[in-house]
Design a protein around this ligand. Structure first.
Ligand code: PLP
Length: 395
């Protein structure tokens, strides 16, 4: 006998991965240049030079036993100190290294937080559509449930009426993601304030804290200098899940962290529960070489020139042809309403032209498709006439 839930997850690829693998087969058949792969959120700009230099220098000059040895389960003290100092400078609040737990990316950070907060099979986590599809498996394999609040499809802020109706005695946390995958939306300060107000009211009503798990792998990927409100500054019962996968273009290195707000009641207990959940999943001592790189590069910021160019090119051209899409302020995705109102059907039509875009159902918005624009700009230019054809075929 095997665990049925685990078997299902392992034997069925996500829609995104499915499309990505299909793309590889098509590229082998018709040539790489004839396939327009907008499926995956794999950064298309290389890691900053400072990151490369740090890797080379650490491998060449640091003591090998330290570079390749175990660190503390929660991460090396120097790494956590560097991250805490960077966050202090940027958020204006006191953050101590003891509140950070270093993980293998945001995925491990999220599962550790969800594991820490899952009390029984009645425990509910709420995601706000559109949302990163993996939240469902993170919540369900942890033994709890994922509830989805329908999207505000005009601007992808939060539909507060629907959110309020979804909260009940079993609600443990709301998972938010801003800048958002797949819509690129950045939650405004007004949205975060309203969310904090609602959760404070509901926590009082149910006589228990309702947490925010703030999933922030795209925090640094914003265009036109928009501020991304730092959620802890608005709501004390907040856990931040962060990743360097996107900001430093190193998704394969698997590095990120959980930050627990030290202002929450019993914060150390919550931190220990996160550490305990992480331990139970085997997430102790994230790769020590990469931790050392982060200790040196915690202040490094990405150069967003290419992503911005790609965003503007795609957004301006597609909307000029009648496609509807909320202008993304961050991340590197465009969430476009399918002209026929059916994301899966549009994705299939696009696939016939070797354009790979993901249907929106898994993100909680079946009428939409997601395009990742962390791709070669030239590929976008070659694909655009085909998007025009797709729109014309609908008319
Ligand atoms: N959360 C969101 C919203 C994401 O888009 C991703 C990856 O694409 C993750 C979490 C997982 O990130 P990581 O690669 O750091 O595990």
């Amino acid at each position: 006998m095997i665990n049925e839930k685990a078997y299902k997850l392992g034997s069925q690829r996500s829609a995104i991965r499915e499309l990505f693998e299909y793309g590889k087969t098509r590229m082998a058949a018709v040539g790489k240049e004839n396939v327009y792969d907008f499926s995956l959120g794999n950064p298309s700009i290389p890691a900053p030079e400072a990151v490369k230099e740090a890797f080379l220098d650490i491998v060449a000059n640091d003591a090998p036993l330290a570079v390749h040895g175990y660190t503390s389960a929660q991460g090396d003290e120097a790494t956590r100190r560097a991250i805490a100092e960077n966050l202090e400078k940027r958020t204006g609040r006191k953050i101590s290294p003891q509140a950070l737990y270093i993980t293998c990316g945001a995925a491990a950070a999220l599962t550790s937080c969800i594991g820490a907060l899952t009390i029984s099979s009645d425990t509910e986590f709420i995601a706000i559509a559109p949302f990163f599809p993996e939240y469902r498996c993170f919540a369900e394999i942890g033994g709890g449930k994922l509830k989805v609040v329908p999207a505000d499809e005009e601007n992808f802020q939060i539909n507060f009426e629907a959110l309020e109706q979804s909260i009940n005695q079993n609600t443990q946390a709301i998972i938010i993601n801003s800048p958002n995958n797949p819509s690129g939306t950045v939650y405004t300060e007004e949205t975060i304030k309203k969310l904090a107000e609602l959760l404070t009211k509901k926590s009082e009503e149910y006589q228990k804290p309702i947490f925010i798990i703030s999933d922030e792998p795209y925090r640094e990927l914003v265009y036109n200098g928009q501020a991304v409100p730092f959620v802890m500054n608005y709501y004390k019962n907040t856990l931040v899940c962060y990743s360097y996968s996107k900001s430093l273009s190193m998704p394969g290195e698997r590095i990120g962290y959980v930050l627990v707000n030290e202002d929450m009641d019993d914060w150390k207990m919550v931190y220990d529960a996160v550490a305990g959940a992480a331990r139970s999943f085997g997430y102790v001592c994230a790769p020590s070489l990469v931790q050392r790189v982060i200790a040196r590069c915690a202040d490094v910021m990405p150069d967003l020139t290419t992503y911005k160019e790609n965003r503007d090119l795609l957004y301006d051209t597609l909307t000029s042809w009648g496609y509807f899409c909320a202008k993304p302020d961050g991340a590197f995705y465009l969430f476009v309403r399918a002209p026929e109102g059916d994301g899966a059907a549009f994705s299939e039509r696009a696939k016939k032209k070797d354009i790979l875009i993901v249907g929106g159902a898994g993100f909680g918005c079946p009428a939409f498709v997601r395009l990742s624009y962390c791709v070669d700009t030239d590929m976008i230019k070659r694909a655009l006439p085909l998007f025009k054809e797709l729109m014309e075929e609908t008319k």
